[in-house]
Design a protein around this ligand. Structure first.
Ligand code: 5GP
Length: 194
């Protein structure tokens, strides 16, 4: 499917803990109003400071299933094999694409593949940690996950990093400001409207 209007999807992936959300927030700040963020749905609980409808739509498992059956999702996935579901809502992308916006999706590698089948002209960006040790340090210092959850996230991270070359653009998050600058330049080179 070609995106309606002149909008385009921007798929941003990278291992949990790499600092995607911070980088994405600043990229959006730099490129508003051409670029908007798709707010995903999830069945995981909100972390401290996360707001429903802003960071995610936090759904109960029953509500998630109901909406999936209604066809509300472009893609859904159980990311950490622990019963937590994540999904991109059609409502979070279609209206913005139709309005000519570029829509940024923070999405895992498997979800990105599903979206790419539907939107092959999506821009794909993988955010790499400087090292795996640094990633582990960040996951621990966040202090929001149990040791078991951290180990699971690290395992998923290793698998995701191994697939990073499927992405057209790679950005290393050594410093947030450099990563933000790199992504802004990528999107400008790809022709994001001013
Ligand atoms: P977190 O729980 O740390 O917010 O996100 C965990 C993982 O889920 C991240 O790798 C993130 O990119 C991915 N994710 C967030 N929203 C979606 C979504 O809508 N679809 C898919 N496939 N993955 C998502």
């Amino acid at each position: 499917m070609t995106a309606p209007g002149s909008g385009k999807l921007v798929l941003v992936s990278g291992p949990s803990g790499v600092g995607k959300s911070t980088v994405v927030r600043e990229v959006l700040g730099n490129l508003t109003p051409s670029l908007v963020r798709s707010v995903s749905a999830t069945t995981r609980s909100p972390r401290p400071g996360e707001r429903d409808g802003v960071d995610y739509h936090f759904l109960t498992p029953a509500e998630f299933v109901r909406r999936r059956e209604l066809g509300d999702f472009l893609e859904t996935i159980e990311v950490f094999g622990q019963g937590f579901w994540y999904g991109t809502l059609w409502d979070a992308v279609r209206p913005s694409l139709a309005a000519g916006k570029w829509v940024l999706l923070e999405i895992d590698v498997a979800g990105a593949e599903v979206v790419l089948r539907e939107f092959p002209d999506a821009v794909t960006i993988f955010i790499q940690p400087s090292t795996l040790a640094e990633l582990e340090h960040r996951l621990r210092s966040r202090g929001t996950e149990t040791e078991e959850a951290i180990q699971r996230r690290l395992e998923v991270a290793r698998r995701e990093i191994a697939l990073a070359d499927r992405y057209t653009h790679q950005v290393v998050n050594d410093t947030v400001s450099q990563a933000v600058t790199d992504i802004v330049h990528i999107l400008q080179d790809r022709g994001i409207p001013k």
